[in-house]
Design a protein around this ligand. Sequence first.
Ligand code: BT5
Length: 327
Amino acid sequence: MRERILARLHGAAGEYVSGEELAAELGVSRTAVWKRVAELKAAGYPIESCTRLGYRLPPGANALDAALFAGRCIRVEETDSTNRLARELWEAGAIGHGDVVVAARQTRGRGRRGRRWESPPGGLWFSLLLRPSLAPAQVAPFSLVCAVAVAEALQRFVPVPVQVKWPNDVLVGGRKAAGVLLEMQAEFDRIEYVIAGIGINVNLDREVFPAPLRGLVTSLQAEAGTPLPLETVLQEVLGGLQACFGEFVASGWPPFRRRFQRLCAHRGRLIRVCQGESWLEGIDEGVDADGCLRLRLVDGRLVRVAAGDVVFDSGLDAGEDECTSSG
Ligand code: BT5
């Protein structure tokens, strides 16, 4: 019922809707409406009430944005993967749009392409379930949008630069501190749900990582020189994701293109893009209007890359295991 109340108030475009009208439309009592509105307000929705006029969302209040405020946070001590758990909870009807599943540790945290994501206690491992009213093809750049949201939020906690690495890594002081795994369930032209899985190394020592990763990764604590309150970081990142999601649903990728470029660690640099068994090398000429990477190859050709892993600078050697042939 909360979603229907919000949708009705949003549809009224800043005008008041009386409690009586809402009650009649929803087939419930005015007291029930009043209670749900009180819950929505407690959850952070900017709903205004007036005894004689009823309720309204003030002009300019974006209900989609606000919809994430209502998201519940389901917390577990341990799970294999919060992305998997979020899917299971959705299928059981236990969670909906804007809900978040957070685990203190994951036993089989997942990266892209079946890779492993180290998730010991001290980090933030969570999945956000979203039901955007977009076509499946429109969602592709959303993982880049999430990387932007996470990077911008994390910059408030560390004195060193926070950057993005195409498509979905967040680097702190040049090393990977967070990653995004976007998974989608869709049918033909309709998205059933999107799960944005986010992993952030908050209070972790480098020693907790397997030896081959130690030189490549970092944590907020290592860069800030002090442990950080997990809950504050989570709320900051969720706030950023919420704002970016609202903007992405309303305006798509274009407003994020420049934000991504500004944060990008390898723009204009010589990079290698690894795609499974092969790789391409060239100068990064920025992301395009679809979020693809434009790469100027040594022979002068400009190619558009839709997927892969970027390796650059000293990382060229460190990432060699992901580029298994000379392409
Ligand atoms: C990612 O994959 O960066 C996406 C990571 C998403 C993790 C979150 S945690 C909550 C949710 N539940 C899940 O099960 N997953 C999501 P990718 O770009 O494929 O990077 C994976 C690679 O990063 C690995 O092969 C390692 O090289 C490296 N890596 C693994 N664990 C790391 C960590 N904790 N910090 C930094 N790098 C790590």
